[in-house]
Structure formats: structure tokens, C-alpha cells
Ligand binder design. Structure first.
Ligand code: HEM
Ligand SMILES: *[C@@H]1O[C@H](CO)[C@@H](O)[C@H](O)[C@H]1NC(C)=O
Ligand SMILES: *[C@@H]1O[C@H](CO)[C@@H](O)[C@H](O)[C@H]1NC(C)=O
Ligand SMILES: *[C@@H]1O[C@H](CO)[C@@H](O)[C@H](O)[C@H]1NC(C)=O
Length: 481
């Protein structure tokens, strides 16, 4: 005779084993890609976020590629995920946006960027927001912005050259934030109460973190920052509404005008979420790219030499030495764009691009013959892994070398399949041209007028997003004329 407790205990054990079995072997009407779902609930989240100093393909992905091949399953932040390191499948996923796949980000993302952020929008609203942003950062606007970007770069460099040592990461983040905030909401840190940017700091850490909202966690800090920043933005919008300006001059004006139209789909919360995303997306990513470029140039004197020649030639060709950069000059910076491409390829600022399957998806033979037969169930997440493509030695010879010359003549069609630093397909980054403009103009000002030496820091950590844990401290001095 056993006690009832024994039966209950046995039942409980069976239930737990059953649950674990189901966790490890998710249901699927076909063959799932190989891989491990890790522990119940946490899955392989901790391994995925383990910090590493390597600039190669994240060890988490690399180990699994070796074990399982270019497509494997795992579980991250409580979700079953298929990871794709295959350039052709990535391309296919991007092309299928809105059909088989849809933009999707982990819960942490939507909490932080708002449920109404542009990445979570689909269909009409998405098209509307995208047009709005393209309006702001499209070629016509960028042409007008060029002198402003040059002025901001000059002013910052001048100021830094009077300081003993500056942290490049911190300083460029401030420069770009100020520039973007001015463009979007006419924000001026000097005359405003409260520091808007402060609330964006330490953001990247909490962005793809475990969604545990208790004091002390990265996720909690991130949410607090968002709350404060959103309150500031809201107050600013309200103030502007009370005292509208005659001439529409920034994004706020544009939004207010849109909100007044009767047939508009725009709402205030959506507009505020968009503002927040744009502010964040612009300064954190671009400042990382600029900092890394400055570091690469220091480590590669031959690249710096050719870059300097390109920019000195631009200045020598001018009739007046007083005139600023023109659009044609900007467009002529051939080697600079190679340096920028090479920098963002190696930076891998975005280590994963997320989608989810809208319906059960079978890979057809014509796309990836060697993986024919895999099925992804509906509702699963898919993570496209750009670093795996950017660091593939078949696509880029000696992939870990910083070699801008490799981009020479690579302009051929299809090259874009191997370059996805800015995503691809319909969701391609709307800030790409803005980023390139800021990087090119900043580098122009830097290499023509200044020299710099590294002081301390500059070491890289990936979690798996790019970080400079100790900053990158440099001393910038004006060159003799
Ligand atoms: C080095 C700099 C940058 C990198 C590496 C980068 C990378 C990316 C990537 C990979 C995506 C695609 C996300 C997806 O497919 O789900 C994306 C989308 C986006 N980026 Fe960027 N970005 C950069 C700069 C910027 C800037 C300066 C802005 C602001 C103007 C910006 C605004 C956006 C927006 C709004 C989207 C969403 C577009 C959509 O959903 O259609 N980005 N970015
Ligand atoms: C990084 O990953 C490699 C390969 O998995 C591992 O040997 C190393 O210990 C990791 N840690 C750091 C801090 O780089
Ligand atoms: C690199 O790309 C080639 C060509 O697409 C592919 O066959 C190969 O499997 C890739 N290598 C790795 C390690 O993923
Ligand atoms: C940079 O990369 C993009 C995407 O592959 C390509 O279209 C462009 O031509 C490249 N730029 C240069 C200067 O090589």
C-alpha cells in the first residue's frame, strides 16, 4: 500500500517529464532543423548572450553551425527560434516579408520601443510611417542636411581638440544625438531642462536581455529610461501644440500638422513611439560605426593614407578654400564608401534580425537544395544572422581583415546578398543614407584637419551586440596647416 502522496508525486513527475519532453521535441508537421531547445523556459538564452571578445561569428552561432549546419533550431527569451546563417535563405526571408514571414522582435523589444513602434507595424500603417521617415531622411533632405552635418562635425572636433583626451564612443554619440534631436524636435541640450540623451544610455545592454523587470536588471534600467524619455517627448509635443510655429521646420511640426488632418491614420502615441525609435536608432548605431572606423584607421596606416589623399584632393580641387562640402564632392568619395562598407561589415552592429513565420513554412528545393525538407511551424521566430554571412571566407577572403580595397569593383548585382548590415527587402534600414552621410562627412573633417592617437580602451566586447566596455579614449590634435 502506498500513500496518496506517492501517487500524486508520481503523477507530478510524469507531468514534468512530459513537459520537458515536449519542450525538447516541439510539434511539427514535418522535419524541424536540427538543434537543441536547451532548458525549459530559459532555453539557450544565457549561452546566446554570453559576452565574448572575439570579432568572429558569435561563438554561440559558430559552434552550432559546426554541429548542425547552416540552419538550426534553438530557444531564446522564451521563444522557439530558427537561426539562419545561409545567405540565400536570408535573402528569401527578406523577400517574403508580409507573406511567409513578418518583422517580429522579442517581447523586450516591444516593451522598450513601444507596442506601436515602426518595427511592429504592418500593412498600411507601416507604409505610412515609412514614407514619413523617408521624407525626413531621403536624398532631398540629406542634400539640405549636408552643411549642417559638416558644421556639427567641425564644431565637435574643434571642441575635442582642446580637451586632453576624449572617449570617442561617448563623444560621437553625443554629437549624433544632438544633430538628430535638432532635426527631429529642435532639441537643444543647452537650453532644455532635463537631459534627454541620459535616458537612452545603457540601452543596448537591456535591449535583447532577459525580460526580468526588477530593480538592478539591465531590462529594468532600460524600461525606466524609456519611461522618462517618453515623458519628455510628450511634454515637448504638448508645448509645441500650445505654441505652434509659423513655418514648419522640424519633424514635430510635421507630426502636429498630420495629427490635425481629419483623414490621418497617425495617432499621438504612434508618433511618439516613432520619435523614440528614430532617436535611438540613429545615435547608438552610427556612433558605434564611427568609433570603430576611427580605431581601424589608427591600426591601418595605409588605409588612412589613401583616405587622406582622397579628401585632400577634394579640397585642393576647390576654387575657394572657404567653401564647404558640396553634394557632388560627397558623392565622389569613392574610397570613403569602401571604408564605410568594410567598417559596417566587420562591426556587425546588428547581430540578429528577427522575423516570425506567418504560416507553416517548408523550404523548397529550388531555394536551398541541401536543406530540402525542413519545415518551420507557424508562429516560430526566425533569426537571420548577418555576421555569419559577413565573416564567411568564401564570400570575403580573409574575412577578419579590415581591407577596404576588397570592395573595389564589387558593385556587381547579387553582392547585396552577401551584405546585410542594414537588413534587406522591404524592411531595409531607412537610415542607411543618413548614416553614410554622417560617417563620410565626419571622416572628411577628421582626416583633413586633425590627427589622433589612442590613449586607452578600444577593446571590443560582444554580447553579442558590439560594445566598447572601456570606451575608446583618444587624443585629437589639429594638424599644422
Ligand atoms: C550603422 C548604422 C545602422 C545600422 C547598422 C542599422 C541597421 C538596421 C537594420 C539591420 C535594420 C533592419 C531591421 C529589420 O529588418 O527588422 C534597420 C531598420 C531600421 N533602421 Fe537602421 N541602422 C543604422 C542606422 C539607422 C539610422 C541612422 C536610423 C534613423 C534615421 C535608422 C532607422 C531605422 C528604422 C526606422 C528601421 C526600421 C525600418 C523598417 O522596419 O522598415 N537606422 N536598421
Ligand atoms: C569566447 O568564445 C571562445 C570560443 O567559444 C571561448 O574559448 C572563450 O573562452 C570565450 N570567452 C571570451 C571571454 O572571449
Ligand atoms: C560560406 O558560403 C558558401 C557559399 O554560399 C557556403 O557553401 C558555405 O557553407 C558557407 N560557409 C559557412 C562556414 O557557412
Ligand atoms: C557597399 O555595399 C553595397 C551593398 O553590397 C554596394 O551596393 C555598394 O556598391 C558598396 N559600396 C562600395 C563603394 O563598394
Amino acid at each position: 500500500m502506498y500513500s496518496p502522496l506517492f501517487y500524486i508525486g508520481t503523477l507530478l513527475l510524469v507531468a514534468i517529464f512530459n513537459w520537458i519532453y515536449k519542450w525538447k521535441n516541439p510539434r511539427c508537421n514535418g522535419v524541424l532543423p536540427p538543434g537543441s531547445m536547451g532548458w525549459p523556459l530559459v532555453g539557450e538564452t544565457l549561452q546566446f548572450f554570453a559576452p565574448n571578445t572575439s570579432s568572429d561569428i558569435p561563438p554561440f552561432v559558430k559552434e552550432r553551425m559546426q554541429r548542425y549546419g547552416s540552419i538550426f533550431k534553438t530557444s531564446l527569451v522564451g521563444r522557439p527560434v530558427i537561426v539562419s546563417t545561409d545567405a540565400d535563405l536570408n535573402y528569401y526571408i527578406f523577400q517574403q516579408e508580409g507573406k511567409l514571414f513578418q518583422s517580429w522582435y522579442p517581447e523586450t523589444f516591444t516593451e522598450i520601443f513601444g507596442r506601436q513602434n515602426v518595427g511592429s507595424q504592418h500593412g498600411l500603417m507601416y507604409k505610412y510611417l515609412k514614407n514619413m521617415v523617408l521624407n525626413l531622411f531621403g536624398p532631398e533632405s540629406l542634400k539640405k542636411m549636408l552643411p549642417e552635418v559638416e558644421k556639427a562635425s567641425m564644431k565637435s572636433l574643434e571642441r575635442w581638440s582642446h580637451q586632453n583626451v576624449i572617449d570617442m564612443k561617448e563623444a560621437t554619440a553625443q554629437m549624433i544625438f544632438d544633430l538628430t534631436a535638432k532635426k527631429l524636435i529642435s532639441y537643444d541640450a543647452k537650453t532644455s531642462t532635463g537631459n534627454l540623451r541620459e535616458n537612452f544610455v545603457a540601452f543596448i545592454n537591456g535591449l535583447i536581455s532577459f525580460p526580468l523587470n526588477i530593480p538592478g536588471t539591465a531590462y529594468h534600467k532600460c524600461l525606466q529610461g524609456r519611461k522618462k524619455a517618453m515623458n519628455m517627448l510628450k511634454t515637448m509635443l504638448q508645448e509645441r501644440r500650445k505654441s505652434p510655429r509659423k513655418i514648419q521646420s522640424d519633424f514635430f511640426d510635421y507630426v502636429l500638422e498630420e495629427l490635425q488632418r481629419e483623414d490621418t491614420v497617425l495617432t499621438e502615441p504612434i508618433a511618439l513611439d516613432l520619435m523614440f525609435v528614430l532617436l535611438f536608432a540613429s545615435f547608438e548605431t552610427t556612433s558605434l560605426a564611427i568609433t570603430l572606423a576611427v580605431k581601424f584607421l589608427l591600426d591601418h596606416p595605409l588605409v588612412l593614407k589613401e583616405l587622406m589623399e582622397e579628401h585632400n584632393t577634394i579640397i585642393q580641387r576647390r576654387e575657394s578654400s572657404e567653401s564647404g562640402l558640396t553634394w557632388n564632392e560627397y558623392k565622389s568619395m569613392k574610397f570613403t564608401f569602401q571604408v564605410i562598407n568594410e567598417t559596417v561589415r566587420l562591426a556587425n552592429i546588428v547581430p540578429g534580425i528577427f522575423r516570425k513565420t506567418l504560416q507553416e513554412t517548408k523550404f523548397k528545393d529550388d531555394f536551398i537544395p541541401y536543406n530540402a525538407g525542413y519545415t518551420i511551424p507557424a508562429g516560430w521566430a526566425v533569426m537571420v544572422c548577418p555576421p555569419a554571412v559577413h565573416l564567411n571566407s568564401t564570400k570575403y577572403k580573409d574575412p577578419l581583415d579590415f581591407n577596404p580595397w576588397r570592395w573595389e569593383g564589387i558593385n556587381t548585382h547579387g553582392a547585396s546578398r552577401n551584405f546585410m548590415a542594414f537588413g534587406g527587402g522591404m524592411r531595409f534600414c531607412v537610415g542607411t543614407d543618413f548614416t553614410k552621410l554622417q560617417m563620410a562627412v565626419f571622416l572628411h573633417c577628421l582626416v583633413t584637419k586633425y590627427k589622433w592617437v589612442s590613449f586607452k580602451g578600444g577593446n571590443i566586447l560582444r554580447t553579442p551586440g558590439l560594445q566598447f566596455p572601456n570606451g575608446f579614449h583618444v587624443q585629437i590634435t589639429k594638424k599644422d596647416p
